[in-house]
Design a protein around this ligand. Structure first.
Ligand SMILES: O=C(CO)COP(=O)(O)O
Length: 214
């Protein structure tokens, strides 16, 4: 199970979380990545943890003010990028463009989706993985793997029907090792979480609890 910690725009210390994630990944053997604000990608990657961008623009170099280029985040140490999110909704054509941009820059991709139908559409674009995150459970205390196990199973089936090589992650309310284990039992290859680590009083302890579910 891959654990991807999305720091969103939370007021946490990205280096504190990245250092803890690096240490817990090393001691447990788990794959853990941290996805900070684009401006913090280089500092986070410098800790030695696997760093991911939260978004890349569909465009390449050129007259595109405000872009976050896939090439730029890759040059600054990112190994992958999220594409689309319930909190940053993109048009299908832009999701496609961002996945293609990430491919050009050799970044791994996870496209986020709200439900199994969107998972199927996202899988058709050929990312490395898709993540199902029901918006109503994002930021809450109850894990998607407990509150709505059927949506995870349906997402796995939807992606498999389109392209069996696309992994399926789940996210929303995931915070414990038990939540992670339940996600794995439902067929997920990884989890995407934010508040359970970024808003934790002790992010290191939160990460240690998560890997206990592996
Ligand atoms: O949106 C999410 C990750 O991208 C999930 O957020 P929470 O873990 O805070 O529910």
């Amino acid at each position: 199970m891959f654990i991807l910690v999305n720091l969103k725009a939370y007021p946490c210390d990205p280096i504190e979380v990245a250092t803890a994630a690096r240490d817990v990944a090393e001691s447990s053997g788990a794959r853990i990545a941290v996805s900070p604000q684009a401006a913090d990608v280089a500092r986070v990657a410098d800790t030695g943890v696997e760093a991911w961008a939260q978004h890349v623009s569909p465009n390449a170099h050129g007259s595109h003010t405000g872009s976050t280029l896939a090439e730029a985040v890759a040059d600054n140490g990112a190994e992958g990028t999220l594409v689309n999110h319930s909190e940053n909704r993109l048009k299908l054509a832009d999701i496609d463009g961002s996945v293609r941009a990430a491919e050009r820059a050799d970044l791994e991709t996870i496209v986020c989706a709200n439900n199994p139908a969107q998972v199927g559409a996202a899988a058709a674009l050929g990312p490395d993985a898709v993540a199902v995150e029901p918006p109503e459970l994002i930021g809450g205390d109850v894990s998607v793997s407990t509150a709505d196990p059927g949506i995870v199973e349906d997402a796995v089936a939807a992606a498999d029907a389109v392209d069996p090589s696309v992994d399926v992650f789940c996210g929303a309310g995931v915070s414990t090792g038990e939540d992670l284990a339940a996600a794995g039992d439902l067929g997920a290859s990884g989890i995407l979480l934010a508040s359970g680590v970024a808003k934790a009083d002790d992010p290191r302890a939160a990460l240690e609890d998560l890997v206990s579910g592996l």
